[in-house]
Design a protein around this ligand. Structure first.
Ligand SMILES: Nc1ncnc2c1ncn2[C@@H]1O[C@H](COP(=O)(O)OP(=O)(O)O)[C@@H](O)[C@H]1O
Ligand SMILES: [Mg+2]
Length: 335
């Protein structure tokens, strides 16, 4: 367990839920597989609800922000409804969210990418509020992402060989230069609500009750912010993020085209015209972001919070990515 992760006991969950008037017993709670790093989830049997409990330090401060993102994103029709907010208490120091339980399956790549494109288009089409908001509105998302990358590279330095560092350094130099040379244009690049962490495993594929068709639901809105939507399009289709999935999942240039065509069909030609020029630079930046995140993850020992299945997937993806020879090819492919 990373030293700071706070994992609640079953009696604390029952007490916190009882405090908001949900009459439940310990047997009502069923823990879901530990697929993620930032939350633990318990299904409330027979209620159609999931209790989403943040486990990382500092999460209490972020609870209102996460609740706001869930509320705003709900209008897209592609996120779980928020039923209640459990304030931080002595039972749950970071509080929790009670959200709609989504019945569905993990997306398969590339088959389900068009469904993800429809979900992202609906999220990106939501109105962007003016003025102050608890949801971060990043003045310049490219540079903000680069700052995050540099922090993670520092944290993850121990997990990197000098050969890998050299490959990464080349990408970092490119990103800095790109930011400098395009500073003005980057400030005017499209802004929408973005998921930020839009890799396929943060979605489930459910069945739409009206049409009977597949519908992608984005579960993990914790890092939602107002930024450039190219970030989500890059992360949903990034080969090294997809490698953290079923073995053998990959996408071809035709799959990528199909994903983008579906997305722009939903959002219209005006959006396509203003957003397309940003797709490549953000794809390259997000490839670097994921590499840096994997390095920081490996150095932190955070894999201990994952269940056995998710841990095996994480290890495989990270071994696949943090390899000097392969990394050079990964970056070459997004140029
Ligand atoms: N609303 C929900 N309905 C059903 N399952 C959920 C829901 N939210 C999360 N889960 C389950 O928990 C897992 C981890 O969720 P996620 O939001 O990605 O957590 P983390 O923030 O820790 O990455 C998902 O893969 C899914 O299995
Ligand atoms: Mg997640």
């Amino acid at each position: 367990m990373p030293p700071q992760a706070v994992i609640p006991k079953s009696r604390d969950l029952v007490a916190a839920l009882t405090a908001i008037g949900a009459r439940i017993r310990p047997e009502t709670l069923e823990e879901l597989p530990r697929n993620g790093l930032a939350h633990r989830h318990w299904r409330l049997r027979g209620r159609g609800l999931v209790l989403r409990v943040p486990i990382l330090p500092g999460a209490a401060k972020a609870l209102d922000r996460q609740a706001t993102i869930f509320r705003r994103a709900a209008a897209s029709g592609h996120t779980p409804a928020l039923h209640a907010v459990l304030r931080p208490s002595r039972y749950l120091p970071a509080g929790a969210l009670l959200v709609e339980a989504i019945g569905g399956r993990m997306p398969r790549v590339p088959e389900d990418l068009p469904a993800l494109a429809v979900a992202l288009a609906a999220l990106h089409d939501l109105p962007v509020p003016r003025g102050k908001t608890p949801v971060p509105a990043i003045p310049e998302p490219f540079v903000a992402t680069l700052t995050l990358i540099e922090r993670n590279l520092e944290r993850g330095a121990a997990a990197l060989t000098s050969e890998i560092r050299q490959v990464i350094e080349g990408e970092r130099r490119w990103a800095r230069e790109f930011a400098r040379e395009n500073a003005k244009a980057l400030r005017r690049a499209p802004r929408t609500l973005v998921v930020t962490d839009a890799h396929p495993r943060n979605f489930l594929i459910a069945t739409d009750s009206r049409s009977g068709k597949d519908k992608a639901i984005c579960l993990d809105l914790e890092r939602g912010q107002y930024a450039c939507p190219a970030i989500d399009l890059a992360h949903a289709t990034l080969p090294t993020a997809i490698a953290w999935g079923r073995s053998g999942e990959r996408l071809t240039s035709t799959d990528l085209r199909r994903f983008l065509d579906t997305y722009f069909r939903q959002r219209g030609p005006r959006v396509a015209q203003t957003l397309r020029p940003w797709l490549k630079p953000f794809a390259r930046l997000i490839a670097l972001r994921t590499t840096a995140a994997y390095a920081a993850f490996r150095a932190s020992g955070a894999e201990r919070v994952l269940g056995p299945e998710a841990r095996a997937l994480a290890r495989k993806a990270i071994i696949h990515t943090l390899d000097a020879g392969r990394l050079a090819k990964i970056f070459a492919a997004v140029r």
